[in-house]
Design a protein around this ligand. Structure first.
Ligand SMILES: [Fe+2]
Ligand SMILES: [Fe+2]
Length: 178
């Protein structure tokens, strides 16, 4: 288990590892589009018009991030990851117990806060490769808004099972937040 800062130091100095992570980001962004679209389909009746609009807005930003990742990969002569193993590992722990819109918002907020630690570490690092830092600095304010708006839509709802699943998901990714 390691912190985001330590993770980033190790990753940026290991080209193969860095490239693998970037390839996975493409999948992660488009997987988010899928998950959000599933939320709109499964829980649409529990949502207000404003909730649906918020989720739709997040979804379009995730798609935009996916297309930025696509550009980044192309400029580095890389292809997207094809199986999205890490993303699946995390969501396999979290999704089975999501049974309502509020549960989904809790799970989404937890996932955003997990990614934010890494994105902040990259955006703050003046020695990060320029193409990567530029994109993550542009992504950061969006992701901060996602965490906030998911939190607002979740409201006071707290499902302990989903909080525990998140911990298991982090375990599956060998990641601890700091
Ligand atoms: Fe994103
Ligand atoms: Fe996001």
């Amino acid at each position: 288990m390691k912190t985001s800062q330590k993770w980033w130091e190790e990753t940026k100095n290991d080209e193969a590892k860095l490239n693998r992570w970037l390839q996975r980001q493409y999948v992660g962004e488009f997987a988010a589009v899928n998950l959000l679209s599933e939320i709109l389909l499964r829980f649409g009746s529990e949502m207000t018009h404003r909730d649906r609009h918020n989720v739709f807005r997040v979804m379009t930003q995730e798609a935009l991030h996916g297309s930025w990742m696509s550009e980044l990969l192309t400029n580095r002569d890389l292809q997207p990851e094809t199986d999205g193993v890490a993303t699946q590992r995390y969501w396999a722990e979290v999704l089975p117990n999501v049974n309502s819109f509020k549960d989904a918002m809790q799970a989404a907020m937890q996932a955003e806060s997990m990614r934010l630690h890494r994105i902040r570490a990259i955006a703050a690092d003046e020695e990060a490769p320029e193409d990567i830092r530029r994109i993550f600095k542009a992504i950061l304010p969006h992701e901060e808004w996602h965490e906030r708006v998911f939190g607002e839509m979740k409201g006071d709802h707290y499902n302990e099972t989903i909080a525990n699943d998140h911990e298991k998901g982090l375990g599956a990714l060998s990641l601890v937040l700091a």
